[in-house]
Ligand binder design. Structure first.
Ligand SMILES: Nc1ccn([C@@H]2O[C@H](COP(=O)(O)OP(=O)(O)OP(=O)(O)O)[C@@H](O)[C@H]2O)c(=O)n1
Ligand SMILES: C[C@](O)(CO)[C@H](O)COP(=O)(O)O
Length: 244
């Protein structure tokens, strides 16, 4: 149960400039059909329902020819920009744009285009005034977690980790615009390995709050994830009687 009011006036950055190597499809995975609609269209239309949204900056590949055909491309709150070589570069490009359009204390949520299933109750949890201004959705580990080593070319167990301290990071990840912009820019200048916004903030001593997220906020990465995401969305939006 979410207590307290929700943060409003935030912007959402959507990194959508990837090529989807692990998907191995005939087009970037963000344009593959889910329930008959391009994945990115589902994610953007989901975000456009979030309360208190000021705008969306979507980072696209320089050679993206699909985006203009999405209905959301014409939405006044959606601002396309050109992304970069890696996800972090795309997020930085979006923050460079935002820095000329919003104040440094504006809350920013970064959400993967590849996560169309994020639920509104998770967004409300992340936007709660009770939550730290630097926070991320994450799934507490429910399986036993192994740290791997290599022996004779095979992955072997090096040790079992305490799963009570293991969380699988999701998105959105939230931070004030100026802080995230500075940490990401400086982290990339230092050639640090930055695979999410939290890791850029951690580089400079920040400890983002972990907000428990639903297991069905999956990142569509491999071919099997398409059917899984469609099943999640069908169950999410099916009429009540069909959910039994
Ligand atoms: N240069 C990049 C690389 C990735 N992304 C985005 O970051 C999100 C998460 O990245 P991932 O799931 O790895 O997507 P891809 O990089 O496309 O996948 P792959 O690694 O299989 O190529 C995706 O929405 C992707 O479009 C991006 O904006 N810019
Ligand atoms: C940001 C992220 O979704 C958190 O789990 C993940 O790091 C993205 O990784 P990817 O390799 O860019 O998909």
């Amino acid at each position: 149960m979410i207590s307290g009011s929700l943060v409003s006036g935030y912007w959402v950055v959507v990194p959508a400039a990837g090529v989807g190597k692990r998907m191995g499809a005939d087009r970037p995975k963000q344009y593959l059909p889910l329930l008959g609609r391009p994945l990115l269209s589902l994610t953007l239309s989901n975000i456009l329902t979030w309360p208190g949204l000021s705008g969306i900056v979507v980072a696209l590949s320089a050679d993206d020819v699909h985006f203009p055909h999405l209905p959301e491309a014409k939405h006044p709150l959606v601002h396309p920009i050109t992304g970069g070589a890696e996800r972090a570069d795309s997020v930085l490009a979006a923050l460079n744009f935002l820095a000329t359009h919003a104040s440094e204390d504006t809350p920013v949520l970064v959400h993967d285009a590849a996560r169309p299933c994020v639920a509104l109750d998770d967004i409300s949890a992340l936007l709660s005034e009770d939550v730290s201004p630097i926070a991320l959705l994450a799934q507490p580990a429910s399986d036993t977690v192994k740290l791997s080593g290599v022996e004779q070319g095979c992955a072997v167990v090096e040790k079992t980790l305490d799963r009570n301290r293991i969380w699988l990071a999701q998105t959105p990840q939230r931070a004030p615009l100026g802080l995230l912009h500075s940490c990401l820019r400086r982290g990339l200048e230092q050639h640090a390995a930055i695979t999410d916004e939290s890791s850029a903030l951690e580089l400079f001593g920040h400890s983002p709050q972990l907000v428990p997220g639903r297991r069905d906020n999956i990142k569509v990465t491999h071919p099997a994830d398409i059917v899984l995401a469609e099943t999640i969305l069908r169950l999410r939006y099916a009429p009540t009687e069909e959910k039994r």
